[in-house]
Design a binder for this molecule. Structure first.
Ligand code: ADP
Ligand code: MG
Ligand code: ZN
Length: 609
């Protein structure tokens, strides 16, 4: 509204200015004396008049002594008629120099109307600007029905194809069928095959779903309409549905083409599961999508693609045959895929000759495609900050840690005592991780603050893993608790630095029991129903589907698991006190220890038996 007021004031000022100019202008013109027609005629008869300038109904009269005066006559009446009516002798009137100016007359008329018109104009302009600023503020509010879908693939230069998507081989195979449909629908229709309507891309954030959808459109060479589920959910009920209608109308006009609904879970959640108002709007939007998809006749060559990272919350109606019946899963990349993704994104960046992307891929398990793209970008920024021309291995490693843990905070002032405590804490984590058989090897220990952590111990799996055993979880808990336990063992006291370790250990224990059925006591079942509900913008999880008695048992089991993990960790810390001291000394000396140095210190990690 501040903007609106400003506009209004500017307009007001402009009009005031015009009014001032106008009034001063008209001030000039009214300067001559105003005389009646009778007097004018007398002057003509006395041969006093030198010149008459006629502007509409106004006449500016100049006398021989150069005084000026203004005379008004009737608008329709011409000067000669006037003379005739008043019986002026023709010889006398011919001596007068007469000049008739039509235009000035018009401007005069306008000038006399304008003051009346001005307030109306002002109000009109005010309303116009008000409308405009409403539109500007939430521009689509007044364009109810329009979908605002963006069309891509218009220009060849930014076209994305399968070449730009690394890895995800199975997904590409699945989708090349869709490409084939779009390119050559007749082949399939002749055989009576039904063209797939909907393809759902599933995958965690950053696995390249959006990228993949664009690549399909690029491969097929068809237009691509992109809209995000969250765009549907807007201020007015019913807008979402009419947007869907508009979007599909556009799509049918441009067939063959792809309609891509990104983040469909924003509208496609299980119906009736929401609390509060907004779900009405979502339901209508979702229903409209279903109606449109059902309404395609078999020859409409429009394929709807959608992406989500929450397939569990989708409404089952979406997944019915004839709708999104094809589901393509995009996994987080494995080591080979990670290397391939890095290669794609490294193309436009000057890498030094001795960069081995394979080693970067090894060090980044669990990274998504987006993380990897981001990593290379971070490395480029680091290199630029150092004023170098090519990206070295060093910057890439640094970028990995930055993406994982946040930026280093070397300047954080810590006391000598704090530094020592941190060293013991991290050494404890590393020590226990090293001597337990089922944990990931230690890659790096550091007591430089990073992100919110005071120090960190980086462990990386030697291979990509998709499944985990109970012993792995229990040992992981021991490692998590080791920092806390070491502090306690050395100082007989604990600090607040271990809070998040403790929380994670407790959560792991709870999951073991309630999700994975790994408790012998409580048996192979899950506890708690994970329900999706939106209430006041927050998701309420977990619904209890067990009795209070069981709840107590779960609590007891959690404590038991923790106790076990504590015992294991404690044993190692007490047994390997010398080794612990060695790690701490080295850490205090050089702040970080890399894998190689660490293994020199403690020997190779004992083989898994
Ligand atoms: P999502 O939609 O699944 O969240 P995006 O498609 O937006 O992920 O991916 C984000 C970015 O990550 C892409 O723009 C691309 O730069 C990169 N990326 C992700 N996966 C891949 C891949 N398989 N190959 C190449 N780049 C990828
Ligand atoms: Mg996306
Ligand atoms: Zn810790």
């Amino acid at each position: 509204m501040g903007n609106l007021l400003k506009n209004f004031l500017i307009i007001l000022a402009a009009f005031l200015l015009i009014a001032v100019v106008f009034s001063s202008f008209s001030g000039f013109s009214t300067e001559p004396e105003r005389v009646g027609i009778q007097e004018f005629i007398t002057q003509v008869n006395n041969e006093q008049v030198k010149e008459v300038v006629v502007e509409g109904s106004k006449m500016v009269v100049t006398l021989h002594d150069d005084t000026k005066e203004v005379v008004k006559k009737e608008t329709g009446e011409s000067l000669s008629e006037l003379f005739k009516n008043y019986g002026v002798e023709p010889e006398k009137s011919t001596k007068i120099n007469i000049d008739i100016r039509e235009n000035e007359g018009a401007s005069y008329v306008l000038g006399s109307i304008l003051p009346f018109l001005l307030p109306f104009l002002l109000i009109g302009v005010f309303i116009y600007f008000m409308m405009r600023s409403i539109q500007g503020a939430n521009s689509r509010a007044l364009m109810f029905g329009q979908s605002g879908a963006k069309e891509f693939n218009k220009d060849e230069k930014n076209k994305v194809t399968f070449k730009d998507v690394a890895g995800v081989k199975e997904a590409k195979e699945e989708l090349s069928e869709v490409v084939e449909f779009l390119r050559n629908p007749k082949k399939f229709l002749d055989l009576g095959a039904r063209i797939p309507r909907g393809v759902l891309l599933l995958g965690s954030p950053g696995t390249g779903k959006t990228l993949m959808a664009r690549a399909v459109a690029g491969e097929a060479g068809v237009p691509f309409f992109h809209i995000s589920g969250s765009e549907f959910v807007e201020m007015f009920v019913g807008v979402g549905a009419s947007r869907v209608r508009d979007l599909f109308k556009k799509a049918k006009k441009n067939s063959p083409c792809i309609v891509f609904v990104d983040e469909i879970d924003a509208v496609g959640r299980r119906r009736g599961a929401g609390l509060g108002g907004s779900h009405d709007e979502r339901e209508q939007t979702l229903n409209q999508i279903l109606v449109e998809m059902d309404g395609f006749d078999p020859h409409t060559n429009v394929i709807v693609m959608a992406a989500t990272n929450r397939p569990d919350v989708l409404d089952p109606a979406l997944l019915r045959p004839g709708r999104f019946d094809r589901q393509v899963i995009l996994d987080n990349p494995d080591i080979a895929d990670r290397e391939a993704i890095l290669k794609i994104h490294a193309k436009k960046k000057p890498l030094s000759k001795d960069v081995e992307l394979r080693r970067i891929a090894e060090r980044t398990p669990g990274f998504s495609g987006a993380d990897l793209a981001n990593l290379l970008n971070e490395a480029a920024i680091l290199t630029a900050r150092k004023n170098r021309k090519t990206i070295e291995m060093e910057e890439l490693f640094e970028a990995i840690e930055k993406t994982m843990l946040g930026p280093e905070r070397k300047s954080r002032v810590i006391t000598k005592k704090e530094r020592e405590i941190t060293a013991y804490h991290e050494a404890g984590h590393a020590l226990v991780a090293h001597f337990l058989p089922n944990t990931d090897p230690v890659h790096k220990i550091s007591i430089i603050a990073r992100g919110r952590a005071g120090g960190y111990t980086l462990k990386l799996p030697s291979q990509d893993k998709h499944m985990h055993t109970k012993s792995e979880y229990l040992e992981e808990m021991s490692v998590l608790l080791a920092g806390f336990l070491t502090e306690k063992y050395i100082y007989n006291e604990v600090t607040t630095g271990a809070t998040s370790d403790l929380r994670r250990a407790t959560q792991t224990a709870r999951k073991l029991i309630t999700d994975f059925g790994m408790s012998d006591e409580l048996g192979p079942r899950t506890f708690g129903q994970k329900e999706e509900m939106i209430f006041l913008g927050r998701e309420i999880h977990e619904q209890k589907d067990y009795s209070e008695k069981i709840a107590e048992q779960i609590d007891a089991e959690i404590s038991k698991f923790i106790d076990r993990a504590v015992k294991k960790a404690d044993e190692i810390i007490r047994d390997k006190k010398e080794e612990l001291q060695k790690i701490v000394d080295l850490l205090l000396k050089q702040e970080t220890i890399e894998k190689e140095e660490f293994e020199k210190l403690l020997g190779e990690k004992p083989e898994i038996t």
